[in-house]
Design a binder for this molecule. Structure first.
Ligand code: AVI
Length: 324
């Protein structure tokens, strides 16, 4: 995966990469917009709101597992322990783990593409007395490389990849990503993976098509973003948010469905196309796993074993993969 330049580092390069990518994905059948573009400033705020919705249980289930099992999660790691979270966001989860583990961590590496998120995460960890905090304003893989290069010479490193972010990767990409993490670690290290599990379709529909329509706004914001940043002329009112459970692929798929026949122009992507009434643009996939399947994925990626903590009610699993 080639990383997209970050808008703050080089806005022009980011705009060009964004335009080129959607010019290609919107020509596919079905038309698509990559889900990574959901997270501009407004999209990230809407996602934070989603995490507080009663129907979207991932964030709350994961936080309570982290607090409840923090000591067990770190117990078998070789001392001293350093942590590295890929996609730390505002640092809420790593701070919960650090606070509940009753452990002095040698360093905490925070990786995120949002500088604002990194500032917030640093502040949160400092507030609970953590001193050795290293921030990496980078995409996951580059941040992982940097954290591994700077890890303390002794002891272990536990990488955290939480929030079911793994679910937004297509399975082959997820597999390669786990293997990539494994290759950067050494015996005694671990990966803590948070992943949402398969659950009844009605629960998934409520989680991804909530009655307050926050998720619909999060999805439609993609079109607003394309209009603002790439000279698009999407009429936001002419699209509705739709989610489908694809049982064969074990994923929730999100779409923006055109409510009528319409013509769309995206000036900066040099793209014009017609949408039929009912035609859908595919914007996101959230893959759901089986708990045993997660363990198998970890073994296939080269980890030697996995221990799991599961919220059976919310159906969410934390898995710590180890390396013997
Ligand atoms: C960030 N990611 C794991 C979320 C998910 O569940 O796929 C994004 C999301 N999309 C709609 N609601 C939440």
């Amino acid at each position: 995966m080639r990383p997209t330049p970050h808008p703050r580092d080089d806005p022009e390069a980011f705009r060009r990469a964004f335009a080129a990518e959607i010019a290609e994905t919107l020509r596919r059948t079905p038309r698509q917009i990559p889900s990574k573009y959901l997270y501009d400033e407004l999209g990230s705020a809407l996602f934070e709101a989603i995490c507080r919705l009663p129907w979207y249980r991932i964030a709350r289930a994961e936080s309570s597992l982290l607090v409840r099992h923090a000591r067990d999660i770190v117990r078998s790691l070789s001392r001293p322990v350093a942590l590295a979270e890929l996609g730390c966001g505002s640092g809420e989860k790593i701070a919960l783990l650090v606070g509940a583990a009753g452990e002095q961590f040698t360093a905490v590496h925070l990786v995120d593409i949002s500088e604002a998120a990194l500032d917030m995460a640093r502040y949160r960890l400092q507030a609970i007395g953590m001193r050795a905090i290293v921030t990496h304003h980078l995409a996951y893989e580059q941040g992982l490389t940097r954290a591994v290069q700077q890890r303390p010479r002794h002891g272990s490193l536990m990488v955290l990849f939480l929030g079911s972010n793994i679910g937004n990767f297509a399975p082959p990409v997820a597999r390669e990503f786990l293997a990539r993490i494994r290759r950067s670690l050494r015996p005694g290290d671990a990966l803590l993976l948070g992943a949402d599990l398969i659950k009844p379709e009605e629960e998934l529909m409520l989680a991804y098509d909530d009655p307050l329509q926050v998720t619909a706004a999060f999805n439609r914001n993609l079109l607003r973003r394309i209009n603002d940043e790439l000279g698009g002329d999407f009429n936001l009112e002419a699209f509705r948010h739709q989610v489908r459970w694809n049982a064969a692929e074990q994923r929730v798929e999100a779409y923006l469905v055109s409510l009528r026949r319409q013509h769309v122009v995206i000036a900066d992507a040099r793209l014009e196309f017609d949408l039929d009434e009912g035609e859908a643009i595919w914007t996101e996939s959230s893959h759901k796993y089986d708990a045993e399947q997660l363990l198998r994925e970890g073994l296939a990626a080269g980890f030697s074993g996995g221990e799991q903590w599961i919220d059976q009610d919310a159906k969410f699993a934390l898995t710590r993969f180890s390396i013997a």
